[in-house]
Ligand binder design. Structure first.
Ligand SMILES: [Ca+2]
Length: 381
């Protein structure tokens, strides 16, 4: 680590000199003037010319940059005078990978700068620093040197022959993301900025680690389900839920993610708030094979599966998650939360399969007459 730090300090000095940064020149200028001023002082205090009183301690002639780098720090010089010293050892020096940067990122990847953002700022100080390079999306082998801003928003990194400051939010420990997924190129367009009715949930919807975002929004005509993976891949499809434009009627909402069959891949739940029949729920799954978001369908009918949940005047419906599926209860209402007489309990097993091209929902119906009190709603662990 010490070796790295020393080499780094040297490299930075070379870079600064190579870029024509005038801080190095200023350093030598100030050193010269310092020496000049010592001579008259020496002359007045040593009138008989004692030659041994002429030198100042070396540390007072070093610029902040040189002192910083000599101590293993990184000095971010600003335009004009001054700069900031970031000491070594703020974070562990280790290898990172780039995450959450889209393949089609307009910058071509993660931009690296000669200095970090101001404290608390997630954007670089473009008026003070310059871009030193761009690290491609999903690149591995990004070396963090151990220097970081106190707010932890910026790390100093080395990659592919250049180095500088990068946003820590886009750095993940090497290997933490597992193998790169197949669904990395192409895909749908990102959600338009300011899309109305937007709701978002997070989870591991592609099973590739990292935090994916599942959203529902109004595209001007209908409610659309949209998945953005941690790798920046986008997939979307209509929810199929009826609803009106935001603010004018029932809206469709992204509710939560849940991994039914514990295969490491969350399924996303959506509902619309229908005043006539309570809530109507359905679920979406992402398939890495085809890189597509899919509406979970009924095995027999082949159509998207919807479940009614909630209390109406004459019926009560509720649903619970189980190990690999859901149980849906419905029956005549008897008070707010209880079924009157015979209720039905429908079990829907769920299997998306590793290689299956469609989702299987299998409905099995059997009657119960226990009249148990069942929560009026949808409960998932
Ligand atoms: Ca799953």
């Amino acid at each position: 680590m010490r070796k790295t730090t020393t080499a780094l300090a040297l490299a930075l000095t070379l870079v600064m000199a190579g870029c024509g940064d005038d801080s190095v020149l200023n350093d030598s200028t100030s050193t010269t003037s310092g020496e000049t001023t010592t001579e008259p002082a020496a002359a007045t205090t040593t009138t008989t010319g004692a030659p041994t009183t002429t030198t100042l301690p070396p540390t007072t002639t070093e610029s902040p940059a040189v002192a910083c780098e000599a101590a293993g720090g990184i000095y971010a010089a600003e335009e004009g005078d001054g700069g900031v010293c970031f000491p070594a050892g703020a974070i562990t020096a280790e290898e990172y990978a780039i995450r959450k940067v889209d393949l089609d990122d307009p910058d071509g990847g993660l931009r690296v700068w000669s200095g970090p953002g101001a404290p608390g700022k997630k954007v670089p100080q473009e008026d003070k620093y310059v871009e030193t390079g761009v690290i491609p999306p999903y690149a591995d082998g990004v070396m963090a040197t151990g220097h970081a801003t106190p707010d932890d928003l910026w790390y100093y990194v080395q990659y592919g022959g250049f180095e500088g400051w990068a946003r820590s939010a886009f750095l993940a420990p090497a290997g933490s993301g597992g193998p790169l997924p197949a669904c990395m190129a192409g895909g749908a367009a990102p959600i338009p900025s300011g899309a109305p009715g937007l709701t978002e949930i997070t989870g591991d919807f592609d099973g590739k680690a990292g935090e994916d975002t599942f959203s529902v929004y109004w595209d001007g005509t209908e409610w659309v389900a949209h998945l953005r993976t941690a790798y920046g891949y986008h997939s979307e499809m209509p929810t199929g839920h009826t609803g009106l434009a935001p603010g004018t009627g029932p809206e469709v909402v992204a509710a939560f993610g849940y991994d039914f069959e514990a295969d490491g891949q969350d399924e996303a739940w959506v509902y619309d708030d229908s005043p006539a029949s309570g809530e109507i729920w359905s679920t979406f799954a992402f398939f890495n094979d085809g890189c597509t978001l899919t509406h979970v369908t009924h095995q027999t009918t082949g159509t998207p599966q919807y479940w009614v949940v909630g209390q109406t005047v004459t019926h009560v419906d509720s649903m619970s998650c189980y190990v690999n599926g859901v149980a849906h209860y419905n029956g005549a209402a008897n008070g707010v939360d209880t079924y009157a007489g015979e209720a039905q309990e429908h079990w829907y097993s769920y299997e998306d399969g590793v290689t299956a091209e469609w989702v299987i929902i299998d409905g099995i119906v059997w009657n119960t007459a226990d009249g148990d009190v069942i929560p009026n709603g949808f409960e998932c662990p």
